[in-house]
Design a protein around this ligand. Structure first.
Ligand code: ZN
Length: 440
């Protein structure tokens, strides 16, 4: 039996261990992301999982015991959000799940909206939150509302029951998949409004983009619903029709998650020589990568595949994204990782380049991955994140070059902080090398 002194001592040790010492980023250029501005020669102090001070070097009081990170010549941005991400499939080994989470964090992704639920995910969400597993904060859609397969929702009553069940279980939102009949969708939407949960994802063909927005679907993911409603698969986009649908999107408060490179793969517009050579494929099991290649080969080899049509859709998607952005629609950053050639975390750099290629500015792209994410998910989670600001969750990325000058600089990291836990770039590269070396 332990003596009273020993018990008291261990209680003290626990109290100290539970409270992480503060960390200060000293003399750094901050991109707070509340507006397009940079704050040179600033210091940011983090205590536990919160940002507690942001100010000019001379105004900030750094606690004596704080760990100091030299920010000279560097840029501090909020951690990034992946608004259409996935957990590995049901039944994946815990070590694989942890690898996927690490790949996100290693690239500065500190928040993931998981877009397909399965049993056990809510427990993973809680383990990440408590720090038991290192990973991005998770906000999870429940098992899908789909019109096909074994788990199809085929009647309004079934939809209502499933909405109530997912709300009671604690899912953060509902996932809409193709194939839902309109009456089933409407019952889902009505019950979701009643119980206070949002729904997001695909646009079922029987529902259509306009009806989904009128029912206040929270996000329209992948933009394919726009190509469909604009009939923009074989000809350039009709500008008048586009302006109309952009206005409706804006006026209904619908946000979009573009997932540009992913969709080029889905429609067969990506160059196989390019995507097969992505260096980041080295971090995923060869069976996964080979599966992606085989499915892409099947797509290109399908007798109905039309290369010209695929290229036209890819071109039109950029036009649609630019118009949505310029029309004041909220863009939420997402890449659909891990899915066909979207490797968790690494895919964000390709998505950012694609968004800039569509005509968004680096600031607009960064905003879609920071401020917009926090504004969408924060209130329902009763949390604050997405800005470098006092009171916000300490999710930060330290860069060695200015991302507003070149969005590619988001890949030039000095380290990542996730909920107050600091990973230097050396730590990150060490673990990445281990993942690549041990992959099967
Ligand atoms: Zn997806």
């Amino acid at each position: 039996m332990k003596s009273k002194t020993a018990l008291l001592f261990s209680a003290l040790v626990c109290a100290v261990a539970a409270r992480a010492a503060s960390i200060a980023f000293v003399d750094v250029t901050v991109l707070p992301m509340d507006s397009e501005r940079t704050l040179a020669h600033h210091t940011v102090v983090v205590d536990g999982d919160r940002i507690v001070q942001v100010g000019p070097n001379s105004d900030v009081k750094i606690p004596a015991d704080a760990q100091r990170i030299d920010g000279r010549g560097k840029f501090l941005i909020p951690g990034l959000g992946e608004m259409h991400g996935h957990n590995p499939p049901l039944g994946s080994a815990q070590s694989y799940v942890e690898t996927i989470y690490f790949l996100f964090v290693a690239n500065g992704v500190t928040t993931v909206r998981g877009m397909l639920g399965w049993p056990g995910q809510l427990e993973l969400r809680d383990k990440v939150k408590s720090g038991e597993i290192l990973g991005p904060s998770l906000y999870l859609a429940g098992p899908s509302f789909t019109g096909t397969g074994a788990n199809a929702v085929l009647s309004p009553t079934a939809a209502e029951t499933r909405v109530r069940q997912q709300k009671a279980e604690g899912w953060d939102l509902l996932k809409v998949h193709p194939g839902l009949k309109r009456e089933v969708y409407d019952a889902m939407a009505k019950t979701a409004d009643e119980v206070g949960i949002r729904f997001a994802g695909h646009i079922p063909a029987d529902v259509g983009l306009v009806h989904a927005m009128e029912k206040r679907q929270e996000t329209v993911d992948h933009l394919d619903g726009y190509i469909e409603v604009l009939k923009a698969d074989t000809a350039p986009v009709d500008r008048a029709k586009l302006a109309e649908i952009v206005k409706l999107t804006h006026d209904t408060g619908t946000a979009v998650v573009p997932t540009m490179p992913l969709w080029e793969t889905i429609i067969g517009a990506a160059d196989p020589q390019v995507i097969y050579a992505y260096p980041e494929l080295a971090y995923l099991p060869t069976s996964v990568v080979n599966g992606w290649k085989a499915s892409y080969e099947r797509r290109l080899g399908n007798p109905n595949f039309n290369r010209t049509r695929a290229a036209q859709i890819a071109t039109n998607r950029k036009v649609v994204l630019k118009a949505l952005n310029d029309g004041g629609v909220t863009i939420l950053f997402g890449t659909d990782a891990p899915q066909e050639f979207s490797v968790p975390g690494f895919s964000i750099h390709r998505e950012m380049q694609a968004n800039v290629a569509a005509g968004l500015t680096p600031y607009e792209v960064l905003r879609s991955a920071t401020k917009n994410v926090g504004e969408n998910l924060g209130p329902r989670a009763k949390d604050k994140f997405g800005l470098v600001a006092t009171g916000h969750r300490a999710d930060l990325v330290l860069l060695t070059a200015d991302p507003l000058a070149d969005i590619g600089n988001v890949a030039k990291r000095a380290g990542v902080m996730v909920r107050g836990r600091w990973l230097s770039e050396v730590d990150i590269q060490t673990r990445l090398a281990k993942i690549a070396a041990e992959r099967k």
